[in-house]
Design a protein around this ligand. Structure first.
Ligand code: ADP
Length: 413
């Protein structure tokens, strides 16, 4: 009787830890294939929550637990993920490396890198600039290092992509010392997604990235636009914090700065409440009074709700205005890219945004827009510039960066 050989599959685990969720994706190093992904939704930080695990093979699995921190959430998700991937692949899965998504790297952490004590301390220090994001990433790093001590841990930052923005683009017209002494500058966010979309666009258009002028709009709960010229980002809408730029689900985006001292002084709104209002009660939710979720607003607008219609119109207006400003920063645009939840899924929002973009050489084909599948061109055949819908793959990009830092062979389309 022959002995069954059990092979080992070397993998990279991607950990994306948010304030109320933890997402994991497991990639085989030899093939760059995503074997399995899962998400733990984690509403609230205190007490015993209900953890829900989802994923390609795990969909629908529910578990009620007393788990109340990121460490326990990671342990729970990781063991289920590894167990399932072992069943699926028939091999023993060995996690060689973990790629952690970290939103803010500040000015010191400008590249993806191995996480040592210094890096960990700096990620923690930057929590004051990204209070919703960096603490969650740090908690996941600490937990993952405890649970997978033999593996290499790499941080991949959303801000890295924008570390090469030119000074006129990253500086605010404030006293210069605010930048030199307090670090007040545009950092930019969603860099992992923008950088993926830039590379994917070049591949889809079969043109070198260096030759292209791109405007990439990442439209999810958070929304940002980036101008990419000669392969580098040259302007972006998110700034010192992820509240800047476009109108978003619950964030205001750019405002008249005079509004803030006015409501503080005249209406006694305290600073922390102001911060909550700008981040959690503004944007689509603030204007509609219904929801931050575009799907719900589209349905309410369809039933005649005037404030839902207004919120949708304002959102499209502001995205369009950002596209104009980003395109002009490059002297024109060869391709507009729409990505993330809204960009990938809402054909009506795409149509509303593209209205009046003909002046930039962007002509939307309404049939293609209505019937599009992932990663395709929805401009008319005659359109001088292209309009692409791309499914963003931040997990793949993080796995790729992790492999690059560790010099693992990892193929990438
Ligand atoms: P996150 O920033 O949390 O990753 P997503 O990229 O998932 O967010 O985008 C969330 C947004 O995408 C929500 O406003 C949601 O309503 C919108 N969205 C997702 N699917 C659709 C759809 N089919 N039609 C319209 N909007 C959609």
């Amino acid at each position: 009787m022959g002995v069954r050989q059990v092979t080992t599959l070397d993998c990279i685990l991607v950990v994306n830890s948010g304030s109320s969720s933890l997402k994991l994706s497991l990639f085989a190093i030899s093939t760059a294939q995503c074997l399995l992904s899962g998400a733990v939704d984690w509403p609230g930080h205190s007490g015993g929550g209900i953890l829900r695990l989802e994923g390609q093979s795990l969909s629908g699995r529910l578990s009620k637990t007393d788990i109340s921190d990121h460490g326990a959430a990671l342990e729970f998700a990781l063991s289920a993920l590894l167990e399932q991937s072992q069943v699926d692949s028939g091999s023993t899965v060995a996690v060689r490396a973990i790629g952690h998504r970290v939103v803010h790297g500040g000015t010191l952490l400008q590249e993806s890198l191995l996480i040592d004590e210094r890096v960990q301390t700096e990620i923690g220090r930057l929590s004051s600039l990204a209070p919703l994001h960096n603490p969650a990433a740090l908690a996941a790093i600490v937990a993952a290092k405890t649970q997978l001590p033999e593996a290499s841990h790499v941080a991949v930052f959303d801000t890295s992509y924008f570390s090469r923005l030119p000074p006129p683009s990253f500086l605010y017209p404030l006293p210069y010392e605010w930048y030199t002494e307090w670090g007040i500058r545009r950092y930019g966010f969603h860099g992992i997604s923008h950088s993926y979309c830039a590379q994917r666009t070049a591949a889809l258009l079969s043109r070198p990235l260096q030759d292209l002028r791109l405007v990439i709009c990442h439209l999810g709960h958070g929304c940002s636009g980036t101008a990419v010229h000669g392969g580098e980002p040259v302007a972006t809408t998110m700034g010192f914090t992820p509240t800047d730029g476009m109108m978003m689900g619950t964030r205001s985006g750019s405002l008249d700065p005079g509004i803030l001292p006015f409501v503080q002084q005249q209406h006694s709104v305290p600073a922390n409440s102001l911060q909550d209002t700008l981040n959690l009660r503004s944007g689509l939710l603030g204007i509609s009074g219904i929801s931050s979720d575009l799907r719900q607003l589209e349905s309410a607008a369809h039933q005649g709700d005037e404030r839902a219609k207004l919120a949708i119109e304002m959102f499209a207006d502001r995205v369009r205005a950002s596209i104009g400003s980003l395109a002009v920063a490059m002297g024109g645009v060869d391709a507009l890219v729409l990505t993330a939840g809204i960009g990938e899924n809402s054909s009506t929002m795409r149509a509303a945004i593209c209205e009046r973009l003909n002046c930039l050489g962007l002509h939307l084909d309404s049939d293609r827009n209505a019937s599009r599948s992932a990663d395709c061109d929805i401009a008319t055949a005659q359109s001088p510039s292209r309009i692409l819908v791309i499914k963003t793959r931040e997990d793949l990009m993080i796995a790729r960066e992790t492999a690059r830092v560790l010099k693992f062979p990892f193929l990438f389309e």
